[in-house]
Design a protein around this ligand. Structure first.
Ligand code: G6P
Length: 613
């Protein structure tokens, strides 16, 4: 949540910052601002609204400066308005600061600083930090870098910050703890950002700042890193693998639609080099050394949030069916505060697209401290979760920018499928022929996804009929239950229609009371283990005049008779159905949201990377 970007070099900073903020807008979009340093003149422009509002706001204003910081906000402390927007300035006016995270002890610091004459303009926790740094500079007579270090020693919470000081006009200071920060190193220029997306078009050389590290970036001396204990660190420079075109809409109206349509490729990329049909094997290089841990695991715990948690639920069914290992799927936010029973015999799989979700990070920390082995499934290379886990497999779906997760879900499920198949084979649970059959079926999924995508015109037609619904129900059983949850989440996230996902058989224990002729009921009724049972559930909905939109296996005639609409997907084993059945749900939510005039890529109140708990 909140995106930060900074530049120091020979170029004009403003265009670089604005471009960077546009890339980071998925992290928050309720206000935006920049601070520019031109010589020793520090100017701040900020306003409520999106980055485009900031662009209108600065028309005709002075935008010169070759050092600058920019911020796009997702409000935590204080409502979104002009005053609470970042950057924040110190009382002296010398310092400007941007922040992603939460300063938990801000109230006590604020009180103390208030007694010392500091006057605060905003309701934010961030403003307290800039006053604190300013205060330390004056009382301790230290430079900016040292004042930041001393200030951070007394701060409790999470932060990624960048600070400018007009008294030291060739310098910027950045620091992180529990919120991400990447530093780009170009030719005589430096960048800081919440992720690499604003940096990649300028340089491929980056340093991921570690927790507790402070980066001092100086025109003359370049980049120096030290930690809060004042120990010097050698920057570890890595090369980015990201490509610029993956950050553009590529002709689509929205990132979400682009990302939905990318799934044949992104699923293929998740399997690339891992699924080897010729040799009949699955090789997951990142967890190779941990294969035995999987094979011997008495229990697997899967932690995640949101869509990643839904992928984890599919993982539960996969590991239980193919590897016969008991699995528990936990919301990271619940797990971390529950004093859960975890020990060294447990294997924990942490799933996160961004690799930065605060609750998932905290859940990992807890399980790690109790001796469990932690395996990550992340999309963002170099992210915090990818770095704190013992081992893991990247999903390789490419950057996901639409706030509603689509291709990340199918990539996570693909990786979980590969893991479960690999463990099932190694444990001897899956027979050779069954294993080989499933590998072939998995290999065929990208083409089948392509076929599902071809139903878009029909889905758009259905979307038009139900776009004004106020409620919707999503039903599925077995592997399709998590997909029902995911379908409902997609609809509510981007179209603001209340929707619930339910195991089809549970409908009769409550939701059935809601069904009337106004209620669209989306049902996954593919041929498989619970087909007949789901057909009975459809009958129950029909008897109460609910409108049935069913996802069925190609050629199904039974459900076609009962349902108001059917969307056909190609035949595949039950375990792989989620990879196909989720696609119509993504598309239906997308089209309904567009028809309702909603901002699909930036739904209200949401952010993609939730770095606060
Ligand atoms: C936010 C996003 C969701 C995402 C969830 C978990 O709520 O809007 O799309 O599923 O966070 O994020 P993660 O990056 O950990 O998968």
């Amino acid at each position: 949540m909140c995106g930060i970007v900074a530049y120091l070099g020979d170029k004009e900073a403003y265009p670089i910052l604005i471009n960077g903020l546009r890339r980071l807008e998925y992290r928050g979009y309720d206000s935006a601002g920049v601070a520019l340093m031109n010589g020793d003149v520090l100017t701040i422009h900020k306003c409520q609204g999106k980055v485009s509002d900031l662009e209108s706001h600065v028309v005709g204003k002075s935008l010169s400066g070759s050092i600058g910081i920019g911020h796009t906000r997702w409000a935590t402390h204080g409502p979104p308005n002009d005053v609470n927007a970042h950057p924040h300035r110190s009382t002296s006016g010398d310092l400007a600061l941007i922040h992603n995270g939460i300063i938990e002890n801000y109230a006590s610091i604020k009180e103390e600083l208030g007694h010392r004459g500091h006057i605060f303009q905003s309701d934010t926790d961030t403003e307290v930090l800039v006053h604190l740094i300013d205060d330390i500079q004056r009382t301790e007579k230290v430079d900016l870098a040292e004042a930041v270090r001393l200030a951070l020693a007394s701060v409790v919470g999470a932060y990624a910050i960048v600070v400018l000081d007009s008294k030291e006009p060739d310098l910027m200071v950045a620091a992180r703890k529990s919120s991400p920060l990447v530093i780009g190193i170009g030719e005589g220029e430096f960048f800081c950002a919440s992720d690499a997306t604003p940096i990649v078009e300028h340089t491929k050389n980056v340093v991921y700042l570690e927790d507790g590290e402070i980066a001092v970036i100086d025109r003359t001396n370049g980049l120096k890193i030290r930690n809060v204990k004042n120990q010097e660190k050698t920057p570890f420079i890595q090369e980015l693998e990201m490509h610029l075109e993956t950050l553009e809409k590529g002709g689509y109206d929205h990132f979400m639609l682009k990302e939905i349509n990318e799934q044949p490729r992104s699923i293929r990329d998740s399997m690339r080099g891992r699924l080897n049909l010729a040799k009949g094997e699955v090789v997951l290089g990142g967890i190779k050394d941990y294969e035995q841990k999987f094979v011997n695991a008495k229990r697997i715990l899967i932690v995640g949030c949101g869509t990643s948690w839904h992928a984890g639920m599919v993982g539960e069914y996969l590991f239980e069916e193919f590897a016969r290992i008991p699995v528990e799927v936990e919301y990271a936010s619940e797990f971390r505060y529950r004093n859960p029973i975890v020990n060294e015999n447990d294997l924990v799989i942490a799933i996160s697209q961004s690799g930065e979700t605060a609750d998932t990070l905290a859940a990992i920390e807890l399980a790690k401290n109790r001796g469990a082995t932690i395996i990550g499934i992340c999309n963002v290379v170099g992210s915090s979760i990818a770095r704190v886990t013992h081992a893991g497999s990247y999903t390789h779906a490419g950057p996901e920018i639409g706030v509603a997760s689509t291709k990340a879900f199918t990539a996570q499920v693909t990786v979980l499928t590969l893991m479960a198949l690999m463990v099932g084979q190694k444990k001897g649970v899956l027979s050779g022929s069954n294993f080989y059959r499933l590998l072939n079926e998995l290999d065929a999924i990208p083409e089948k996804v392509q076929k599902v995508l071809a139903t878009e015109a029909q889905i758009k037609y259905i979307a038009d009929i139900y776009k004004d619904a106020t409620n919707a129900l999503y039903l599925g059983r077995g592997y399709s239950f998590p997909v029902a949850l995911e379908g409902a989440l997609k609809l509510k996230e981007i179209s603001y229609i209340h929707a619930e996902g339910y195991p089809a058989a549970e409908m009769k224990h409550g939701p059935i009371a809601l069904i009337d002729e106004e209620m669209p009921v989306f049902v996954i009724a593919t041929k498989g283990a619970s087909y007949e049972k789901v057909v009975s559930n459809i009958q129950e909905v029909k008897a109460r005049k609910g409108k049935i939109i069913a996802i069925v296996t190609q050629g199904d005639s039974v459900v076609r008779e009962l349902a108001d609409h059917v969307i056909e997907i190609p035949e595949t084993p039950d375990a792989l159905v989620p990879l196909l059945s989720v696609i119509p749900f993504q598309l239906i939510s997308y089209h309904i949201a567009v028809m309702r005039g909603c901002n699909v890529d930036q739904p209200r109140n949401l952010a993609k990377s939730v770095t606060v708990e």
